[in-house]
Design a protein around this ligand. Structure first.
Ligand code: SF4
Ligand code: SF4
Length: 384
């Protein structure tokens, strides 16, 4: 079992950030700040940051309101979609409650149709995401969608998004992305200086810190404290621990169980290829280009399984396997997520060409399958 040792005190502020963020968000609202809720990595949050709006991730990560959601939505639907709707319907998520505008996107069919129902509860704007990255028409549609969102934001909040402000927001967000990338790249070192659970808590928690400068400072401090301790000889992860890369659907909240089970089985998660990790922080937005061109190219090229074909996921995963010297790749697919479930085959075939063992597992937001996950994951790790 990997020891989840104490990290510097500052780390606590990331592991508890989602909860602490509730009060910070309430204070921001009291100061008159506008809040925009989002569900997905494809949403260009720089448009909000450029005019001082506060973006917040709404993907709900617990099963608490799934019962409420199932009064309206079908049971055999992805738990992330049900939980997201359920928290709005039950009015139980402070971030949803504080959102003046919710921006959705037509990634998967389930979310697309859920937004119709969510629109009866909240003010929802849906971006029409093309599902192909290399056709000129796809780029033209996405550019139009980015401009449509800009107009909607300006109209809703009575603001003007200037090119200068957008450049500034791109620079700030790039800085944050670079630091979060530095956090997960600490685990390129062998043995890793922190567990996958700790890495996850920093990456996930950072999105609920709304003061950019303070967040940057805390991230820099966290990186240097972890590096310093490591250089002083504190190596909490055994050198023999197998190095795992996690791919698939985003992880956070209740699905942390996936990482816990891997690390309780004696391996260490060194990187997340998913939207909680590298998929969000690996690349930078081009600061020298026209900001709309830069946003359009950056966001359209995210390697999510909703794209067809989806070469960018393979490119990133292959690169992470080399960089982190992965012993194996484990995929978490949320129940009823067809795009990730179908793409599993392609991922498995790709990893075979690199002789990297791979296993895909389906799970949901309950804890009922933890023992089953343990049995399968520990067998996988034993054979590495
Ligand atoms: S996995 Fe795909 S749909 Fe889900 S948050 Fe990431 S980019 Fe969006
Ligand atoms: S996990 Fe899959 S089904 Fe669920 S919201 Fe994301 S893309 Fe859609």
């Amino acid at each position: 079992m990997i020891e989840q040792r104490e990290l510097p005190e500052i780390f606590e502020s990331f592991s508890d950030a989602r909860k602490q963020g509730f009060m910070a968000m309430k204070n921001l609202k009291e100061q008159g700040k506008g809040v925009v809720g989002t569900f997905c990595t494809y949403v260009p949050v720089e448009l909000f940051l450029a005019v001082g709006l506060v973006p917040v991730g709404l993907c709900s990560t617990s099963d608490e309101t799934i019962g409420e959601a199932e009064k309206v939505l079908p049971r055999n639907l992805c738990p992330l979609i049900k939980a997201s709707y359920g928290f709005a319907a039950a009015d139980k998520c402070p971030y949803m409650y504080f959102s003046d505008l919710v921006v959705g996107e037509t990634t998967c069919d389930g979310k697309t149709k859920m937004y119709e129902l969510l629109g009866k509860i909240k003010d929802v704007h849906v971006m029409d995401l093309p599902h192909n990255q290399d056709r000129p028409a796809s780029r033209a549609i996405w550019m139009e969608e980015i401009k449509r969102l800009k107009n909607r934001v300006e109209e809703k909040f009575g603001v003007t998004i200037t090119v200068e402000k957008l450049h500034q927001a791109i620079r700030e967000r790039n800085r944050e992305r670079a630091l979060l990338k530095k956090v997960y790249e600490l685990s390129v070192m062998s043995p890793a200086p922190l567990s996958g659970l700790q890495q996850l808590q920093i990456l996930f928690g950072a999105q609920f810190k709304f003061d950019h400068e303070k967040k940057v400072q805390e991230l820099e401090e966290t990186i240097s404290r972890i590096t310093e301790e490591y250089q002083n000889g504190r190596h909490p992860i055994p050198a023999a621990a197998k190095r795992i890369i996690v791919t698939g659907c985003p992880i956070g909240g209740v699905t942390e169980k996936f990482t816990r089970v891997i690390e309780e089985s004696g391996a260490v998660v060194v990187a997340y290829e998913n939207c909680t990790g590298a998929k969000q922080f690996d690349r930078q937005i081009d600061e020298s280009a026209d900001p709309y061109d830069a946003l359009c190219d950056y966001y359209l090229n995210i390697g999510c399984s909703v794209m067809s074909p989806n070469p960018n996921r393979l490119e990133l995963l292959g690169r992470l396997c080399d960089q982190f010297k992965a012993d194996g790749v484990l995929e978490m697919v949320l129940q009823s997520c067809h795009t990730y479930a179908i793409e599993s085959y392609t991922i498995g075939e790709f990893l075979k060409t690199r002789s990297i063992p791979f296993m895909s597992l389906e799970t949901d937001y309950s804890s009922g399958d933890t023992e089953q996950l343990k049995t399968r994951i520990s067998a996988f790790i034993e054979m590495l």
